[in-house]
Design a protein around this ligand. Structure first.
Ligand code: NDP
Length: 390
């Protein structure tokens, strides 16, 4: 399993509590400790989620690529969602098709492979196509989904280059469908607080950040999920594309600013294993307001932290980026915030955007901004010097 974001026992306990009927309260951030106004600010939404919509009013989601993330997180989250449900699957593995049909009560009519993918156009049960494929396949399947007239959620990183990202946004615009990126932390209450406190300068202007996400990727032998992550064409890059992107995101949403320059360095302890993609990268982002964001990522280490120091205080999340439970504190003490099912929130929020004609909080343009920073980080490594980000 290459991604460190496993469902932990604590998360499973939380899901069980939710399923047992904590209803709206358990699905809303800080329900046990904050006022409704604080809740709304923390969530960044204008209002509360409605109670579950009747099935006929819910949007149908087709999951594309039934790998670890779709199997372990998205499909279970779709049992918790209130505005959308799993209505179709796309897989190249017949054995998975059979198992999923049985487990999720899906018929052959709503089961596709990569050849028949475009027939989704005629499937009225599908409103949203969720691309959960290796990074190098995101652009092709996002464009094809848009051409089939479906709204799209595409996993992070949105693409393997800025050019691909622009093509994806263009295709969705042309087809008149919405594109959203799988940035689940924008729906996670600890991270919502960090965004709010950082951007509103609650502790004064943010001056320094130290964000890092790393996990030991393990051996590619017999593990297709590791194999494609070590393949440049399929992954676009290494640890930076996979998990370093969270450290880039964190720096951008803590300040609410776009970095203007970056200086980065790459390290390789295992050059044979990582002959195509990056193993470890350190970078320093400069923000127009004066903040400096140090970032680290690696496939051969283990850390998971967001820390921001402002003029009058600090805030820190650790563990920060997983879905097994985020924990946070500030100079004032622990953050008393309950964890939520991030993926259920993320998918329900996108369904609400479609139903209410609003823009996604994490549209394709948000993914593209990260791609620009990531390309600049690689440029800085290649050039061996600081580069401006345009
Ligand atoms: P996996 O390797 O576990 O799954 C990818 C799936 O894609 C495969 O199981 C397979 O499904 C399908 N696939 C189609 N063609 C290929 C191919 N040539 N090589 C490999 N797989 C292929 O990856 P993950 O689920 O971990 O990651 C998928 C995407 O989700 C990535 O973009 C990743 O960055 C993102 N992700 C996001 C997370 C988040 O927290 N937001 C967490 C983890 C991943 P099938 O057999 O059904 O065709």
């Amino acid at each position: 399993m290459p991604c460190p974001d496993d469902a932990s026992p604590s998360r499973r306990r939380f899901l069980k509590r939710t399923a047992l009927g904590a209803a709206g309260a358990a699905l809303w951030p800080g329900a046990a400790c904050a006022s409704p106004q604080q809740d709304e600010r923390a969530s960044g939404r204008e209002g509360r989620l409605p109670e579950g919509l009747p099935p006929e009013e819910q949007l149908g989601i087709a999951l594309v690529g039934l790998g670890n993330y779709a199997t372990g997180q998205l499909a279970p989250a779709l049992q918790e969602t209130r505005r959308c449900h799993l209505s179709a699957i796309v897989t190249g593995t017949p054995r998975k098709a059979k198992a999923w049909q049985k487990k999720y009560d899906l018929s052959e009519a709503h089961t596709y492979d990569y050849e028949t993918f475009d027939q989704l156009a005629g499937d009225d049960a599908v409103d949203i196509v969720y691309v959960v494929l290796p990074n190098g396949m995101h652009a092709e399947y996002t464009v094809r989904a848009a051409e089939a007239g479906k709204h799209v959620i595409c996993e992070k990183p949105m693409a393997t280059s800025v050019a691909e990202g622009e093509r994806m946004i263009g295709a969705c615009d042309e087809a008149g469908v919405k594109l959203s990126i799988g940035y689940r932390l924008h729906f996670q209450p600890h991270h919502r607080r960090v965004m709010e406190w950082g951007q509103e300068r609650v502790f004064g202007p943010v001056e320094r950040m130290n964000n890092g996400f790393a996990f030991p990727i393990g051996s590619p032998e017999g593990n297709p999920a590791v194999q494609w992550r070590l393949d440049k064409a399929m992954a676009g890059g290494g640890a930076l594309m996979d998990v370093g992107i969270y450290a880039v995101q964190a720096a951008r949403y803590t300040t609410g600013e776009e970095p203007v320059a970056v200086t980065a360095e790459e390290f390789k302890e295992h050059p044979q294993k990582f002959d195509e993609v990056d193993e470890t990268i350190h970078f320093e982002l400069e923000f127009p307001g004066g903040a400096v964001g140090k970032g680290r990522t690696s496939y051969s280490d283990s850390y998971n932290r967001l820390r921001a120091e402002a003029a009058d205080g600090w805030m820190e999340l650790e563990p920060a980026y997983g879905y097994g439970g985020v924990d946070g504190r500030t100079h004032r003490g622990p953050m008393q915030i309950e964890n939520v099912n991030q993926q259920a929130r993320q998918m329900d929020a996108f369904a609400a955007c479609i139903q209410e004609g609003r823009a996604s909080r994490v549209p394709g343009e948000e993914g593209l901004r990260d791609m620009k920073v990531i390309e600049a980080i690689y440029d800085s490594i290649d050039a061996g010097q600081r580069v401006q980000i345009s």
